[in-house]
Each structure stands twice: as structure tokens, then as C-alpha cells.
Design a protein around this ligand. Structure first.
Ligand code: P6P
Length: 335
């Protein structure tokens, strides 16, 4: 963030993007427009999320939501909204979504970018009114402009992302993203329909006293994970696990802490998806001074081969991730 011009808290997302674009004189505005399109879809999904209970009541009575459309599950609805916003925005030539097996071609063959997205992660939390989130990852395409995108556009590797972030639909709705020059957070004001800069330069604390992990899988976990968690408890650290990735990740980003989703018997590669969970969250945490590891190396160095491949994820404060990995290295030497 050394070369960025500090912008005042309270500036709008729109003004922030414009100033950032001006700062990078080669920016031609497509990425700026793409970020606007994502923010727009986020506003629409925010409204749906906030009315989820209501629309499902209306839906269950009239089998239709307030737009007169068939009542959709919210994650299906969010998927439609993001793909529609990215298609109408014109900058993304294709989208890879958690909700779709294959690439969605938007028809914008002149578009220079592709977007991998989890439109609404943790949707099982919606019906019990727990915070949920959208996670997105943006690449500059490598296939020829004018042609439809190909798998190679999405399998370039985590370190080629040009932007990544998430929208957290929580007690307030926040958009947090990076374009490779630090991490900024915007808080949504419903009454104005605007995102306002609330966290100009997010840096994760070097250490922390929070661990986020589903201990129900305790007996599946590698020994080094169990010994790390046992040490956390010996130190009286706090276990905080919402069971909604974006909520757990965001809290740890601000307070310090570590989120762990290790391999389990059910998911030997880990449960979380690499292209639209691991990579964007790893890129963002490194931009915020944190670390994201798989247990055998940085998440961003994983070679992607499949759109929906999974990966273990240990992400958060650098000193906590380092302590976990020291245990892994120790276990390697003295199995
Ligand atoms: P578990 C939600 O289904 C999700 O993808 C993440 O949001 C969350 O952190 C994780 O899975 C919870 O998984 O196995 O602990 O229920």
C-alpha cells in the first residue's frame, strides 16, 4: 500500500474506484467497471438476503417471490444475479460459479476478464439467519479477445489474480477487496444504496487468540492440527466457529486469528474449493499481511487442474499459521 494515495473514510466506492483508476494511469477502466458490476449485484443480493425470511414466507404461501418469480433458493438466486450483472456489465467474458459445473459464457467475447465466484457461500446458514457471503476472484483472460473463454483462463494459478474479495451479509453488509495494492473495506448504507469506505487499509494482526475450526472432525485431523489446537486451549485461546467461511474469515482478518479447514475422511482434499474460496481469500490475506497455507505449501502456489477442486485451508495471522506449520514440519521429521 506504499504507493497508494490515502482516501478519506466515508468516500463512496464509486469515488474510490475512480481515484484508484486515476492513480494507475494505464488503467483503462474495464476492471473498475467490473468491480462496479460486482458491487451492484452485491446490493441486489443484499436485498434478497435481508428479505429471505419474508420472501420464503410469501413464497410458501403463494409459491412466488415478490418479483413474481418462482421462489428460488437464495444461493440459486444469487448465482443468477451475479451472472446477470457480469453479463450486462460487459467486462467479463466468462464466469465460473460454485453453482454451475461448467464455465458460463456471458457473450462478451471482447471482455478482457473472467470471474470465479461463490455467489453465496454457507447458504445452509441462510435459513437460520446466520451471516453469509459472496467470494469472487478476477483474472485477466489469456485466451484471445474476441473468442469465447477457455478453461485456461480459469486455471492460470492463484498468483495471477488481478483482484479478489468478498461481500459479507452480516450485521452490516461489507465489501472487502484488493487489486494488489492492499485491502480496503466498504460498509453498505441501505437507506442510500451506497458502499462507503470504512476500512481504508486493512492489515491482519500478526498474531491473535482466536482459532476457527470444526472440532467435530477431531479424530480425522492430522496429529499436527490436533496438537496445535490442544496448545491453543492450553493457552486459553477462544474457539470462534460460525460455520460460515466469510464470517469467520472476516472476523479473524480484523481481530487476528486462524481459520482451519484440514483434510477429513469425508473430504481428504479439504472441503473448501480452490478457485472461488481458497485462491481469492489467500490473495486477500497476503495483501493484508497474513498467510494462507494448505499444510504442504502456500495456497496460492497450488497448481489448479479442475474448476471445482478442493484444498485444505489454514488462513489468518502469519505467526499463528507459522506456528501450525512448525508442528507440521516437526511431524514430518519425527512421525
Ligand atoms: P463444516 C459452508 O458450507 C462452508 O462452505 C463454509 O462456509 C464453512 O466455513 C464450512 O463450509 C463449514 O463446514 O464441515 O464445518 O460444516
Amino acid at each position: 500500500t506504499e504507493n497508494t494515495i490515502a482516501q478519506p473514510v466515508g468516500t463512496t466506492l464509486e469515488r474510490y474506484i475512480m481515484r484508484k483508476q486515476a492513480e494507475f494511469q494505464f488503467a483503462t477502466g474495464e476492471l473498475s467497471q467490473l468491480l462496479r458490476d460486482i458491487a451492484l449485484a452485491g446490493k441486489i443480493v443484499n436485498r434478497e438476503v435481508n428479505r429471505a425470511g419474508l420472501t420464503s414466507i410469501i413464497g410458501s404461501m403463494g409459491q412466488q417471490n415478490v418479483q413474481g418469480e418462482a421462489q428460488q433458493r437464495l444461493d440459486v438466486e444469487a448465482n443468477i444475479r451475479f451472472i446477470r450483472a457480469l453479463t450486462n456489465g460487459g467486462e467479463a467474458c466468462a464466469v465460473l460459479s460454485e453453482e454451475e459445473d461448467d464455465i458460463i459464457h456471458t457473450g462478451n467475447c471482447q471482455g478482457k476478464y473472467v470471474v470465479a465466484i461463490d455467489p453465496l457461500d454457507g447458504s445452509s446458514n441462510i435459513d437460520v439467519n446466520i451471516s453469509i457471503g459472496t467470494i469472487f476472484s478476477i483474472y485477466r483472460r489469456v485466451s484471445a479477445v474476441g473468442q469465447p473463454a477457455g478453461p485456461e483462463d480459469f486455471l492460470q494459478g492463484g498468483r495471477t489474480q488481478v483482484a479478489a474479495g468478498y461481500i459479507l451479509y452480516g450485521s452490516s453488509t461489507m465489501l472487502v477487496y484488493t487489486t494488489g495494492h492492499g485491502v480496503a473495506g466498504f460498509t453498505y448504507e441501505n437507506s442510500l444504496g451506497e458502499f462507503f469506505l470504512s476500512h481504508p487499509d486493512i492489515r491482519i494482526p500478526a498474531t491473535g487468540t482466536v482459532f476457527s475450526c470444526n472440532e467435530g472432525y477431531w479424530f480425522d485431523y492430522p496429529e499436527y492440527v490436533r496438537s496445535y489446537l490442544t496448545e491453543c486451549k492450553r493457552q486459553g485461546q477462544s474457539g470462534r466457529y460460525v460455520g460460515s467461511l466469510v464470517a469467520d474469515y472476516h472476523r479473524n482478518l480484523l481481530t487476528g486469528g486462524i481459520y482451519l479447514y484440514p483434510p477429513t475422511r469425508k473430504n481428504p482434499e479439504g472441503k473448501l474449493r480452490l478457485l472461488y474460496e481458497g485462491f481469492p481469500l489467500a490473495y486477500l490475506i497476503e495483501q493484508a499481511g497474513g498467510r494462507a497455507e494448505t499444510g504442504t505449501g502456500p495456497v496460492l502456489d497450488v497448481e489448479p487442474t479442475d474448476f471445482h477442486q478442493r484444498s485444505p485451508l489454514f488462513v489468518g495471522s502469519p505467526e499463528l499459521v507459522a506456528r501450525l506449520l512448525a508442528g507440521a514440519a516437526e511431524a514430518e521429521v519425527n512421525p
